[in-house]
Design a protein around this ligand. Sequence first.
Ligand SMILES: [Zn+2]
Length: 272
Amino acid sequence: MIPYLMQVFGNQSRAFEIMEVLAGIKPVARMIIPEHLQKGVENYCTSNKIAFCWGAAVGSSSSGGYSSKGYLIPREQNKQTSQLFYASLTKEDADRAAFLEQRQDHLGLGNVLGYPSCCCSFFKKHHQQEEQKNNDFVLPAFDNTVGDTAPFPMNIFGRYFDFPTLSHCPCSFHCNESLKMAERRLQLIHEDDPRVSRSMEIHLRTLAVYSDKGIFLFKGTYAAGRFRYTSFMVDQSSPIVQQLHENGTLTLKDHHVVGIMEGKDARGMVFE
Ligand SMILES: [Zn+2]
């Protein structure tokens, strides 16, 4: 199912969302659909009895081919753009999600999308401050997390490489409700295609570093605050790639990366 859904929806992130709707796990999926996919997406949903509705036109960031944020732009300014899309097993829920988003009722929208209530409150609390910045809620999630390690399904940084386990930013990397959701998604993927879930696990059991020089996933081993890596992935061309290739070790202190990335406000979490 996954390869076909990727053809229709364009990437794994959207494919996983639709699988969850079809499985009855997710009440409503909210996604941004580029114009060239819109007709095919509509056809797929109609023939598979998925109710849907379209929302506002959206401009999105180009980072890594995936946007965790999206900002609304007046529709008349750009007719050739992406559009918000809500899919559900019931038309009522899809319409309700669109309505709540239009009203900017973030708490209501989070509930309709099936996000844990702790994470909806977290979103509401930090929404205003995040709107001025990256709008991805990652730094407050770090601030709410004690320790440098978390279970690998909680590696939300996989989303920048099209390996998303969650559709929302959790209130902390130890949020229990979010962990259950991420595990459920991985199980669903495993049942469809074990090679995909295995590949995700390999990419997500990493040290994730979030910095203004890029988002990194480092493969390696962690002991006593030091992470020794053999390889890494980055979501954009980064000026410190060469330095990182020569380095081989990163040091974490209270989930701040010290040493090579110091002063760049780099945060890191080891997902195991
Ligand atoms: Zn939570």
